[in-house]
Design a protein. Structure first.
Length: 146
């Protein structure tokens, strides 16, 4: 069953998804990730450094038996070589979803470009950019399209 995805360019506050959203396995993973982040935000609030939120997310992933890699390295291939520079994604969850964490007053265009680059080099189908630095938890989804 093919799904059509759209990218909402506006910030989205965390809320319960509709049932149809859960029918796709990747969306099920993103639902779990957003739930983890919501729990972390409710416990810690805003104002901490990114690494503190990452530590709390790692704790929650382990507690909930959600598989992940932290600071996953992605090499960049150019023609027939691997370039000397590379990217590190904050988390790769269930080998499918890139999770990038921010703790800033707002998200700038460079953060979006960073996530798009991670999608391109990883071939992951989806990325979440989550910001803990505002009055409420905010997130953006980016979907890899070719």
């Amino acid at each position: 069953m093919s799904k059509d995805y759209t990218i909402n360019e506006n910030w989205t506050e965390v809320k319960e998804p509709e049932q149809e959203y859960l029918s796709d396995p990747v969306n099920d993973i993103t639902y779990k990730i957003i739930g983890v982040c919501f729990d972390v935000y409710n416990e810690l609030g805003r104002g901490f450094a990114e690494v503190v939120y990452k530590d709390a997310i790692e704790y929650e992933f382990k507690k909930r038996a959600i598989s992940f890699e932290w600071e996953k390295k992605f090499n960049i291939k150019y023609k027939d070589t691997i370039l000397p520079h590379y990217y590190f994604a904050d988390f790769v969850v269930e080998n499918k979803v890139i999770l990038e964490i921010k703790a800033s007053q707002g998200i700038i265009e460079d953060h979006f470009k960073q996530v798009i680059n991670y999608l391109a080099v990883s071939n992951s189908p989806l990325a979440l950019l989550i910001n803990f630095g505002e009055a409420s938890l905010k997130y953006k989804r980016r979907i890899l399209t070719k």
